[in-house]
Write a protein that binds this ligand. Structure first.
Ligand code: PGA
Length: 256
């Protein structure tokens, strides 16, 4: 089963519109190939529309960092899947640990968002992962199982197959501490097993599962040489064109 690798950059709350457009100009000057790999940039909402124009014809996709589940209505401050699609997004990050930690995102909300996004033909990048306390207490798999099954509850097998899931151990995000290649592979294979139980072998074979948490050029090849790791969700190292394109290059070389 061959799964197309995904490298997604999560810019979080960084870059003004001019900064974002400079990045787009600069990445277009590099010869980074997008034939064997899906490259996605997830800027703040304010930069989405202009980046969509700037990326046209580049082969690089655009994603958002969050979404609300209703199409429209009196929901001050929220952005709907319809609006994201209209603005040029193909992907949406859902359930990032920072949203779970600071903005009250529960598994139920994640599930509502996943369903809404799929309903509009966008691809969710659903994040799961344990905290340091949970890892030390030995409950990583339990936590990841609950987040995965609740987040995907009620989906059809074809919908599950089209998902992107990002395994991001919370203790590895922005800390410079990466999970070892083996630990990341083990948890990601476990998540694939959950998809198999819940949705069958075909969905498990097709779903793309990424690793995230302090991914940088130097640790890319080791992580990507693991058979169940289908790419990366990159925070800090996606903010600079050089490090981001190096991660893309090393991933496509390793996964070829
Ligand atoms: P990091 O962030 O690469 O800066 O650790 C990853 C993420 O939060 O998606």
């Amino acid at each position: 089963m061959s799964r197309k690798p995904v490298i997604a950059g999560n810019w979080k709350m960084f870059k003004t519109v001019p900064d974002a457009l400079t990045f787009v100009q600069d990445i277009r000057k590099t010869a980074v190939g997008t034939d064997h790999i899906e490259v996605v940039l997830c800027p703040p909402f304010t930069a989405v529309t202009l980046m969509s124009e700037g990326l046209r014809g580049s082969g690089i996709y655009l994603g958002a960092q969050d979404v609300f589940w209703e199409d429209k209505g009196a929901f001050t401050g929220e952005v709907s899947p319809v609006m994201l699609k209209d603005a040029g997004c193909g992907y949406v990050i859902i359930g990032h640990s920072e949203r779970r930690q600071y903005f009250g995102e529960t598994d139920e909300k994640v599930n509502q968002k996943v369903k809404a996004v799929l309903g509009h033909g966008l691809t969710p990048i659903m994040c799961v992962g344990e905290t340091l306390d949970e890892r030390e207490a030995g409950v990583t798999k339990k936590v990841v199982r609950i987040q995965t099954t609740s987040g995907l509850a009620g989906l059809a097998p074809e919908q599950a197959a089209g998902m992107v899931i990002a395994y991001e151990p919370v203790w590895a995000i922005g800390t410079g501490r990466t999970a070892s290649d083996e630990d990341a592979q083990e948890v990601i294979a476990y998540i694939r097993g959950i998809i198999q139980e819940q949705f069958g072998a075909e969905a498990a074979g097709n779903v793309r599962i990424l690793y995230g948490g302090s991914v940088k050029p130097e640790n890319t090849t080791g992580l990507m040489s693991k058979s169940d790791i289908d790419g990366a969700l990159v925070g800090g190292a996606s903010l600079e064109v050089d490090s981001f394109t190096e991660i893309i290059k090393r991933t496509s070389e390793t996964k070829r």
